[in-house]
Design a protein around this ligand. Structure first.
Ligand code: MAN
Length: 449
């Protein structure tokens, strides 16, 4: 009798537990507070109060479907898969017991012919491994990023010092330029003086005064003729191709490195007057028309200096432009500035040169511009997440081609994808360690699994 009594109690408890688990099926922990077995059930939208027995009784009472979370009775109901070991999620309650396994813990098919296996642990393990791989890749990316930042700073400093050097060279060239412009004017003046007299032979016997020649030799107009100036303008008669050695120039200045007018008169001038000594490169006493020689040589050297000056100025302009580009807060994108990345998609080869341009080369060899560097256009909080290139080749009956490049984190720097979602507007993905950020969100999700 006592035994029978115990069995009855166990059966009652077991059936209560069964009823309870049925009642709370399909509900998340956060919603459990709405489902109190001892009380009536108030639809979650507050529209109706029903006896608790009518929860999950396979008949839809509430407009919001909240009384049937564990059955397919309400069309708008939702079933909560707990999915221990993986990620919980909701499915439409119409998918409960429909013969398809939706929840990895098999809870949606509790009364179905379908024998669903609990795959949550496997899925969780697989996902954890994937997240761990991602975390490893990001950490490696972050390590590389630190190196690339250093590399960028070095390039930056190198460019700064190149700029300083070029500015110094430009200054020197400017001074030279002025001196040569004067020299050319002098030569032109000389031509003016000599031309009307016409007779070259008549000038042979030294009509120029020592002061004139001194002036001509004194390029930088510092009232002294230096060894350099002698070497630049004096040659040995009969051996015009060979320049004077420094010793020869010093000897011509009477053993001095420079001479004022009176020393010049006593030394080099005497030698210049004699017909078998030295002569000026553009000597008026040479056999050719002297004035033309002097003018031509002055013009030629002026042209050489002007060209050199222009080249240096161009290099300075390029460097200044490069140094004014935004390479990121830590100059982390500087390392990309002289590199290009290629990817072939079907018949086109795309070439992305960050901070410069994007091109598209077809298999037939024609190349079109897909845009020139404009600026960073990342979203707030990730300003350096996207690069914009515009002003590309105009599209037939459309706008100028343009390209938007999204930067993603990876352990290599490479062009990963190119698409043309609308005509002549291109999107690219450039993978770079520099785009790697600390993975707070992923780490959080990882620890939740
Ligand atoms: C070329 C390419 C294409 C583009 C068309 C537009 O074929 O640049 O990417 O869509 O021109 O006419």
């Amino acid at each position: 009798m006592k035994m029978q009594h115990h069995i009855i109690i166990v059966v009652i408890l077991w059936s209560t537990a069964l009823v309870d688990s049925r009642k709370i099926r399909g509900i998340s922990l956060a919603y459990r507070r709405f489902y109190k077995e001892k009380k009536s059930f108030l639809c979650i939208d507050g529209s109706k109060l029903i006896p608790f027995e009518r929860v999950n009784d396979d008949y839809c009472d509430c407009l919001d479907g909240s009384d049937e979370p564990g059955t397919a009775a309400c069309t708008n109901g939702r079933f909560y898969c707990i999915n221990h070991g993986f990620r919980p999620h909701y499915i439409q309650s119409s998918r409960v017991n429909d013969g398809i396994c939706d929840c990895c813990d098999a809870s949606d098919e509790y009364n179905s012919r379908m024998r669903c296996l609990n795959t949550c642990r496997d899925l969780g393990q697989r996902e954890r491994a994937e997240v761990e791989d991602q975390i490893r890749a990001v950490n490696e990316g972050l390590h590389l990023k630190r190196q690339l930042i250093k590399e960028g700073i070095n390039i930056w400093q190198e460019k700064q010092s190149q700029l300083r050097d070029l500015q110094r060279v430009a200054k020197e060239l400017r001074t030279k330029l002025e001196a040569h412009r004067k020299r050319k004017l002098n030569a032109e003046g000389l031509m003016g003086l000599l031309k009307p007299k016409g007779d070259v032979a008549g000038k042979k016997k030294g009509r120029e005064s020592p002061a004139d020649v001194f002036q001509e030799l004194d390029f930088n107009k510092d009232d002294s003729v230096t060894v350099d100036e002698v070497q630049a303008n004096i040659v040995n008669r009969g051996d015009e191709e060979r320049g004077l050695t420094e010793e020869e120039a010093v000897a011509l200045l009477g053993g001095h490195r420079q001479a004022d007018l009176s020393l010049f008169r006593e030394t080099l001038w005497k030698n210049l007057k004699s017909d078998d000594g030295v002569k000026m490169k553009a000597d008026p006493r040479s056999d050719e028309d002297p004035s033309i020689n002097a003018e031509e040589s002055a013009a030629a050297s002026l042209k050489t200096i002007e060209e050199a000056y222009e080249n240096v100025r161009m290099e300075i302009r390029d460097l200044e432009e490069s140094l004014s580009t935004d390479y990121g807060t830590d100059k982390e994108f500087m390392y990309l500035q002289s590199q290009c990345f290629e990817l072939t998609v079907y018949e086109y080869t795309y070439v992305l040169c960050p901070f410069n341009q994007v091109t598209q080369k077809s298999s037939t060899g024609t190349e079109v511009s897909l845009g020139k560097w404009l600026s960073w256009t990342g979203r707030p909080g990730n300003h350096y997440g996207r690069m914009q290139f515009d002003r590309g080749e105009p599209c037939w009956q459309g706008p100028a081609r343009s390209t938007l490049v999204t930067l993603t984190c990876g352990t290599e720097t490479a062009l990963r994808s190119v698409k043309e979602p609308s005509k002549c507007q291109y999107i690219m993905e450039l993978q770079t360690p520099v785009a790697c950020q600390q993975l707070q969100r992923q780490l959080r999700e990882h620890s939740e699994l």
